[in-house]
Design a protein around this ligand. Structure first.
Ligand code: HPA
Ligand code: ZN
Length: 343
């Protein structure tokens, strides 16, 4: 692909793309946390926006999750969920994100007494508004918290049933170590029967065995993170053969110390192995950047080129749960952008 290297940053920002691994609660910026805390009369344990931001120095997944769940405590009303998602979706539109599949964690809210209905109605309204006003396609993936029991996940699924049509799929997130995918075998089987798409976080901090059980037991259609797959050659071969999408989150991985620096990240070697990698932001308000920042910094740190940009953007559409017609339309736009930059 003959695109002048100096135009690569511009191309990365301009190219149409999808985001498939974004926890909407992880898009809550400190400013919005403080605004919502004030609106709802919620007390925060940090005196200022600056003090909160200064606390974003994580050593692993758990140190992040403790602050992330505390931040979500300001979300009480339907309007709050709408405002949070709308803030993300307007940023996504500005970054040429044409499609996004938003993770949300209902248990983080229902366990505080916020009704499921309040959460889903607020998020769904923002998604509909994004389509109408921004031309961004946005769907919802409900995640089960893996540090809680499978019974709790089954109860959450029951609560979601009246809203089934507003959810495209389910996922599995929160503390990975000690909570293997197979703990959720029954609830995922039930979700598959309901026709929901299924994904799971695996191989972020957890071992390759968790990726294998996510595939074999949960029968997932994408692996979220999955960067530790490279420790198991047979697993890599299988993921390549099955063209299993991996939603990799480079800035997240550095912030949570999965890799010490971005130039140590294995994304480039994963691409070279033929793995179906995508780039995502995970929790952009906490990890130092939204989707384009992830692309820009990763490309600079790993000396990736325009061919990699095309592959990653195309993978993001192909790996989505959108219709084949939508995917084809978005890929045609992607092709046009590359033609324009090659000219
Ligand atoms: N991993 C697991 N659970 C999460 C994450 C993550 O990166 N972000 C929000 N919940
Ligand atoms: Zn995640």
């Amino acid at each position: 692909m003959t695109i002048a290297p100096h135009r690569l940053p511009e191309l990365l920002q301009a190219m149409p793309k999808a985001e498939l691994h974004i926890h909407i609660e992880g898009s809550l910026e400190p400013e919005l946390i403080f605004a919502l805390a004030q609106r709802n009369g919620v007390a925060l344990s940090y005196p200022s926006v600056e003090a909160l931001r200064a606390a974003y120095a994580f050593t692993d997944l758990q140190t992040f999750l403790d602050i992330y769940y505390a931040g979500a405590s300001v979300l009480l009303k339907e309007e709050d969920f709408h405002d949070m998602a709308w803030a993300y979706l307007t940023k996504a539109a500005a970054e040429n994100v044409l499609h996004t599949e938003l993770f949300f964690d209902p248990q983080t809210h229902t366990d505080r007494g916020v009704p499921f209905e309040v959460v889903i109605k607020g998020l769904d309204r923002a998604c509909r508004r994004a389509k109408a006003e921004l031309g961004v396609s946005a769907t919802l993936i409900m995640c089960f918290l893996r540090h809680l029991s499978e019974e709790a996940a089954l109860k959450t699924l029951e609560e979601a049933l009246p809203w089934r049509d507003l959810i495209v799929g389910v996922g599995l997130d929160s503390s990975e170590r000690g909570h293997p995918p197979e703990k959720f075998a029954q609830v995922f089987a039930r979700c598959r029967e309901l026709g929901l798409h299924v994904v799971a976080h695996a191989g972020e901090e957890g071992p390759p065995a968790y990726i294998i059980s996510a595939l074999d037991v949960l029968k997932v259609e994408r692996i979220d993170h999955g960067v530790r797959c490279v420790e198991d050659t047979a697993l890599v071969q299988r993921l390549v053969k099955e063209a299993m999408p991996l939603t990799v989150c480079p800035l997240s991985n550095v912030k949570l110390c999965v890799f010490s620096t971005l130039d140590q990240h294995n994304l480039k070697s994963m691409l070279e192995m033929g793995l179906k990698v995508t780039i995502n932001s995970d929790d952009p308000a906490y990890f130092g950047g939204y989707l384009n920042q992830n692309y820009l910094e990763t490309f600079a740190a790993l000396s990736l080129d325009a061919t990699a940009a095309y592959t990653l953007a195309r993978n993001s559409f192909e790996a989505s749960f959108a219709s084949n017609e939508d995917k084809a339309g978005w890929i045609a736009k992607l092709d046009k952008t590359f033609e324009r930059f090659a000219a």
